[in-house]
Design a protein around this ligand. Structure first.
Ligand code: HEC
Length: 213
């Protein structure tokens, strides 16, 4: 993987305050039954691209959950961070609720990257190349159901995790973090860097313990 791509994948977006949408009347919009699935709806105004949703909303929100329970082992010893106050737990719950709802934002048709995004620098055909926004767009448009499935996967994990954290058991946060990470990667390995799929599968296989002969 090239350094730029890696950096982008690792970069946790700065917590920008993003106003996603205003709600002048706050009444639920009746679903437009006549529109084909995935068609842009006139009553919705997407503001962010998928990339910006990731950088400014989904990634920082997920980080707050991943960082809520951390065991840090270093030469100086082990430090453990876990939620202590109600406020700490509330932050985790709010993150999960926001991620659950954000699955709907992912299902709203929107552009993959801003029109002025820098062009892809990877050589075409590189095995671990990230797909370009145009390639991702084509995949999404070609199979909306498949894309929506991955977004729904993130919603389901966030909602099941909500039930788990209600128990206020810090241990549960390690499972929550792992499950959430898997839901993110399920989509990324399909739509962002499918070349890594084989590597991930190989590493999964190599961690399976063989029964003693
Ligand atoms: C339904 C699919 C989907 C899900 C679910 C999803 N992502 Fe993404 N994500 C994408 C796509 C597609 C891109 C690549 C967009 C682009 O061209 O930059 C991306 C890119 C990113 C980026 C890079 C953004 C940038 O600035 O280049 C980060 C960080 C990220 N995702 C984090 C996450 C995290 C964390 C989760 C889970 C909590 C998650 N994503 C869940 C589809 C998804």
């Amino acid at each position: 993987m090239n350094a730029g791509g890696q950096l982008r994948r690792l970069m946790a977006g700065a917590s920008l305050l993003v106003s996603i949408a205003t709600c002048p009347h706050c009444s639920p919009n009746p679903a437009d039954e006549s529109a084909p699935p995935g068609a842009a709806r006139e009553d919705l105004t997407p503001v962010l691209s998928i990339r910006e949703l990731m950088t400014h909303v989904i990634d920082p929100t997920a980080d707050a959950i991943f960082d809520a329970a951390v065991v840090d082992v270093s030469a100086k010893g082990t430090t453990t961070t876990i939620p202590v106050s109600d406020e700490d737990w509330l932050r985790v719950e709010r993150g999960l609720l926001l991620l659950a709802e954000t699955s709907n934002l992912l299902k709203m048709p929107r552009q993959v990257a801003p029109a002025d995004a820098p062009p892809e620098e990877l050589p075409p055909g590189a095995p671990d190349a990230e797909l370009s926004p145009a390639q991702i767009q084509k995949m999404i448009d070609g199979d909306r159901t498949g894309w929506n499935d991955k977004a729904d996967g993130m919603r389901r994990v966030a909602l099941v995790s909500m039930m788990l954290v209600k128990g206020r058991d810090p241990e549960s946060l390690f499972k929550v973090g792992g499950d959430l990470h898997d839901a993110c990667e399920a989509c990324h390995l399909e739509y962002w860097y499918p070349g890594d799929k084989a590597i991930v599968e190989r590493s999964r296989e190599s961690t399976v313990t063989q029964p003693a002969k």
